[in-house]
Design a protein around this ligand. Sequence first.
Ligand SMILES: O=C(O)CCC(=O)C(=O)O
Ligand SMILES: [Fe+2]
Length: 215
Amino acid sequence: MMDDLFSAARQPVLLAPGALFLPGAARAMQARLMQQLHEIMAQAPLRRLETPGGRRFSVEMTNCGALGWQSDKAGYRYESRDPLSGAAWPRIPDNWLVLARTMAEQAGYPGFVPQTCLINCYAPGARMGLHQDRDETALESPIVSVSLGVAAQFLFGGLERTAPTRKLSLLSGDVVVWGGPSRLFYHGITPLKPGHHELTGDRRWNLTFRRVRAC
Ligand SMILES: O=C(O)CCC(=O)C(=O)O
Ligand SMILES: [Fe+2]
């Protein structure tokens, strides 16, 4: 009953032109998504990438899809092979593609076919500073972001780093889609607070689906 009241209060919210928050939209799939995540990580393990400045991200990452996001001293880029193994990244599971397409469609972006899914894992204290997702040239395609596990505070700003930010609690199964006029909006995650989720323990996971190149 409480749960129903709670979810009833969490309706889709237009965050900015082109940006839609879809609370609980992936909730029914969360256990299956976590199971599939573990299968993907058995092939492409999590790692803490180096920033171009020589530091380490606090978030652990891996990828699936035709391309995978990579960072090191040479900069940010996409790679078609996992630099750890030299093998192709694991495929994006079909049900993930359907989820990404359906979410994008609900936000007004029909026909979204992602080429990559970046998998982010946050332990307590891990964060992602305000940034733009701009290592892609397919800027006509949106970003579809799915949260799993411990709740996090998402910051969503504007085209300038200094624009005011809106703070949003992202719970397990919540989805955010941004594209069109907000495709390059600054966003980030504040340091993860200690918490517990039955599927993920003290971790928070995020799946970020992107199209990198137009074709
Ligand atoms: O973890 C999140 O919700 C945001 C992740 C993100 O912004 C990114 O991977 O570029
Ligand atoms: Fe991002």
